[in-house]
Design a protein around this ligand. Structure first.
Ligand code: HEM
Length: 318
């Protein structure tokens, strides 16, 4: 009997003994990792490698975690909410203010607002931007929002196509912005007229208020400079990402990704407002980029100084 008890006790000891080392090993590993990261305090674990690519000698780069947390956390959530709020604000504005009408009605007479080359540059930029914007947002939000809706196969195909378009369309987009910048910069220098326009809220909140404006009003100048500066930030950061490590190290790559994500989301928000006012928000505005011709009453109400110049001098400078 004594032998049986001894055998049982040995069995229990052996089975506990075989589980305990595995659990203990895992706990030690976790403790080691935490202690290592704690000790590193932002310093990488690096060694030497015999291949020319020296950066592959970095085994652990703790700062990468902070960068990922910032990108996945605040940038994504603040950015996502910014876009949602923009859409809600535009919908609320349309519901309260309604479409901004040409108050004196359409005259039936038109004047030229944008030449063919200007419209070409604008639509080249616009088409590229829409595709770049959708494919970019898919990189940030697609896995959370689109994948559960369309399933893994469609999402993979869409994302692969999106990534290719995102890379290639960046070139015509930059060309389009460059052309618009060159053609319109002279009309977008801020001046005293803009101050008055801003004071009167551009006249968009009250019916019957039409502050004077040249070819572009202060709101449009803001759009113009947002597009120029935003696109510059997007292009520089984007090409750094497209050609990794050519001009910068890992910290530069991380900064580029942060700048690209923030500039991209802010620009999408700005352009949503621009598309709104250029389509449903204001009667007669789309024609300017559609046919290049605008109704003279529209011109007199929204760009009185430019309209006066065009009709008296046959030129559109202000
Ligand atoms: C996709 C839809 C878009 C529509 C329907 C649209 C519509 C318009 C219209 C109608 C104008 C002329 C406004 C006027 O005569 O005063 C205009 C101007 C302009 N657009 Fe667009 N646009 C679109 C996208 C874009 C995009 C994606 C960009 C740049 C990334 C852009 C940049 C500009 C700039 C800089 C101007 C001149 C300044 C201004 O009017 O705000 N547009 N657009």
């Amino acid at each position: 009997m004594r032998n049986i008890w001894a055998a049982l006790a040995l069995g229990v000891l052996l089975s506990v003994g075989s589980i305990a080392p595995a659990a203990a090993q895992q706990a030690t590993q976790q403790a080691d990792e935490a202690a290592l990261l704690q000790q590193l305090k932002g310093a990488p674990v690096a060694g030497r490698v015999s291949i020319p690519d020296a950066k592959s000698g970095v085994l652990i780069q703790p700062q990468g975690r902070e960068w990922r947390q910032t990108l996945e956390g605040p940038v994504k959530s603040v950015g996502g909410w910014l876009l949602v709020l923009t859409v809600v604000a535009l919908a609320a504005f349309l519901a309260i203010r309604g479409r901004i009408k040409v108050e004196h009605g359409m005259s039936g007479r038109t004047i030229e607002r944008f030449k063919g080359v200007e419209r070409f540059a604008h639509w080249l930029t616009a088409i590229c931007f829409v595709i770049l914007g959708i494919s970019g947002l898919n990189i940030s939000f697609g896995k959370t929002l689109l994948l559960p809706v369309i399933g893994p196969e469609a999402f993979t195909a869409f994302s692969a196509f999106g990534k290719l378009s995102h890379n290639f369309l960046s070139f015509p987009f930059v060309l389009g912005v460059f052309l618009m910048a060159v053609m319109w910069i002279a009309h977008n220098i801020p001046n005293a007229i803009d101050v008055e326009w801003i004071k009167q809220g551009g006249g968009i909140f009250k019916k019957g208020v039409h502050p004077p404006a040249g070819k572009f009003n202060a709101g449009q100048k803001l759009i113009f400079w947002s597009v120029v500066i935003g696109s510059l930030a997007l292009a520089v950061s984007g090409y750094i990402l497209m050609f990794p490590f050519y001009v910068t190290d890992i910290a530069g790559m991380q900064l580029a990704q942060l700048v690209h994500a923030i500039a991209g989301i802010v620009m999408v928000a700005v352009i949503l407002g621009h598309i709104y006012i250029g389509t449903i928000g204001m009667e007669g505005a789309f024609d300017a980029m559609g046919t290049g011709q605008v109704d003279t009453n529209w011109a007199k109400e929204h760009h009185s100084l430019w309209a006066r110049d065009v009709t008296t001098r046959g030129a559109g400078d202000d």
